[in-house]
Design a protein around this ligand. Sequence first.
Ligand code: SIN
Ligand code: FE2
Length: 204
Amino acid sequence: MAGLPSGIRHYPLMLEPAQQKQLLDDVRQVVSVAPLYTPRMPRTGKPMSVRMSNCGALGWVTDKEAGYRYQAFHPVTERPWPAIPDMLIDIWQKVSGHDRPPEACLINFYEDDAKMGLHQDRDEADFAAPVVSVSLGDSCLFRISASARKGPTQSLKLHSGDVLVMGGHSRLCYHGVDRVYPGTSTLLSKGGRINLTLRRVSEL
Ligand code: SIN
Ligand code: FE2
């Protein structure tokens, strides 16, 4: 099988099961303060199939009226986002190769039939830092392009405890989630997949 595109690094099972449980507890703590909500596409207002929340100084949000953006408060509660859990900061320090800490952590929750279309992460002012993504719960089929242009893609499975880094030449790669595989993890008692995406947002 061909290797991953330059700038993409996959760390299978970087978190062992006990660490996954601890991180899940941290995420539960975050969403008890900043509840998951249903984001809506710009202009059309179409609901996304993924529910979202954030932690960190800034959170990524989208709605019909104002579209994709970062903001310092939850769009429903209007409260500041909770802090990014230490375990995620540690992961960032280990794999990002970037000396400044992440400013934003998007929390995506996928039910059995949720997916995410191919897109680029480009709402940040600076692309020097990579995007670091951590998966928990059910496995998914992740699709990724080799560069910033829409073109050939390759697929890989992401499992609970996996970490994926998208940086360098692939910082602006297209990526998405084709499907979740229900029943592939026992971490979440009711099933589903959680993805945590760490990013720098502002310019240095
Ligand atoms: C995202 O691109 O925001 C999510 C990626 C994922 O769920 O693995
Ligand atoms: Fe993304």
